[in-house]
Design a protein around this ligand. Structure first.
Ligand SMILES: Cc1cc2nc3c(=O)[nH]c(=O)nc-3n(C[C@H](O)[C@H](O)[C@H](O)COP(=O)(O)O)c2cc1C
Length: 150
């Protein structure tokens, strides 16, 4: 198994989880960045502009070098974060194993469930979520990650 952790993070919480997960797996953590920075992601106007959109992204990794992809980001509006929608719609994970993960403030919506449809041909695992990351110590995140591996 050659795993990699791909993550999008707006305010750093998913980054913390992704980095602890990567350390746990002995895998690299690679950030999914948007070409244009996303600014001030609040309010109904922003939601209407961003939800279900696919902003251009940059991923500095040779994805062909890996066979197991942990793919995570924050829940936005009860679903998958737009930069990850771009990732899943523009790259093929067919024949690979995909483990989705998300962070959120307690309302994951359909973030994890959507991966099966978004990764045709992949072996998509149920994945896991880490809630209210800002209240957790690194040790607590490590515990949550380790429990999700079982
Ligand atoms: C635009 C926006 C929408 C969000 N929507 C949800 C949501 O639907 N459910 C939820 O529990 N948290 C929601 N949150 C909170 C984030 O998912 C949560 O704080 C997450 O851990 C932030 O991760 P990050 O620091 O990696 O960006 C939202 C936050 C933002 C900025």
């Amino acid at each position: 198994m050659k795993p990699v952790v791909l993550f999008y993070s707006f305010s750093g919480r998913t980054r913390r989880v992704a980095e602890i997960l990567a350390k746990h797996l002995g895998a690299p953590a690679v950030e999914v960045r948007t070409k244009e920075p996303i600014r001030h992601p609040y309010g109904v106007g922003f939601m209407n502009r961003i939800k279900e959109r696919t902003p251009e992204i940059v991923v500095d990794a040779d994805l062909g070098a890996f066979d197991t992809f942990y793919i995570g980001g924050p829940t936005w509006y009860w679903t998958v974060t737009p930069p990850l929608l771009t990732l899943l719609r523009t790259r093929s994970f067919a024949g690979k194993t995909v483990v989705p993960f998300c962070t959120n403030d307690a309302q994951p919506g359909n973030f994890l469930a959507r991966f099966a449809e978004l990764c045709p041909g992949a072996d998509v695992k149920p994945g896991f979520q880490v809630q209210r990351v800002r209240r957790l110590s690194d040790e607590e995140i490590e515990k949550a990650v380790a429990a999700a591996m079982v």
